[in-house]
Design a protein around this ligand. Structure first.
Ligand code: DGN
Length: 266
């Protein structure tokens, strides 16, 4: 049985990539809710509704575990999802918080994400559980997601936006910057060029994949190696063309046959 991964759009592919590295034998079903991206500015109730629909869809595909590869949906709905469903469901924020706490030396950490993630204070809470002396400087960067979805991640517009959002974080002596939205690793080059090499960029994806591996091991759900080659299937809730071209560029492989799903029905 496959692993289900979902995001509001393209961002979850950064987590899918890490899952592919850590768990190369697993089959994966990816869902990008492209009809309703961005999730960032939406209410908790709306995001819970969208998350449950995505989970229902993935369960209809017989997944054995689900990764909510979206910080906004994790912040707003992971607890509710785990309350409602029996299968293992993990998000990205605990893993991201852990990675940040390991990364910082001076204990000043920047966190960037959508309005939803930043106003939830989920990173502050999770990082605080690990080390309450870490100071967090957070900032919502709502324009980054549409820039990525537009395929403009490495353009002058992205650079200017990064400068406008991140200057104040840079000025406050952070030594690590959590990319607290799964779209942001697609902007890694642009963000990295602006903040410089002294600031480490923290991507929660790898640690999330390791968490997933641990859960699958514990529950004896790992797919046996030596079985046939793993299968990746992609679904989106709106026309697939744009998703396809950006996804292919990011994953550096051809993705055939992206299917469209009427997510409202789930
Ligand atoms: N990729 C999502 C996240 O990690 O928060 C959010 C993108 C969005 O819908 N704004």
């Amino acid at each position: 049985r496959p692993i289900g991964v979902f995001d509001s759009g393209l961002g979850g592919l950064t987590v899918l990539k890490a899952i592919n590295k850590v768990l190369p034998n697993e089959n994966v079903i990816y869902f990008g809710d492209t009809a309703r991206v961005p999730y960032g500015p939406r209410s908790k109730e709306t995001i819970i509704k969208y998350t449950f629909q995505a989970i229902n869809f993935l369960i209809s595909k017989n997944v054995k575990a689900i990764v909510i590869a979206c910080n906004t949906a994790t912040a707003r709905s992971l607890k509710e999802a785990n309350h409602k469903y029996d299968l293992p469901i993990i998000g990205v924020i605990e893993a991201g918080a852990r990675t940040a706490a390991y990364s910082t030396k001076n204990k000043i950490v920047g966190v960037i994400g959508t309005q939803g993630t930043i106003s939830s204070k989920a990173y502050n809470l999770e990082i605080g559980k690990i080390d309450k002396d870490i100071k967090i400087i957070d900032k919502a960067c709502p324009l980054f997601v549409p820039i990525v979805e537009e395929g403009w991640a490495n353009t002058d517009i992205a650079h200017l936006t990064a400068e406008r959002y991140l200057q104040e974080l840079k000025d406050q002596n952070i030594d690590s910057l959590v990319l607290g939205c799964t779209h942001y690793p697609l902007l890694k080059r642009t963000i990295g060029e602006f903040v410089g090499t002294e600031i480490k960029l923290v991507n929660p994806a790898k640690e999330t994949a390791l968490d997933l591996k641990k859960i699958l091991e514990e529950k004896d759900l790992l797919r046996e190696s030596g079985d046939s080659q793993s299968i990746y299937e992609y679904y989106v809730s709106d026309i697939p063309e744009k998703f396809a071209s950006i996804a292919q560029e990011f994953l550096k492989q051809e993705i055939r046959d992206i299917k469209q799903v009427e997510i409202y029905k789930y």
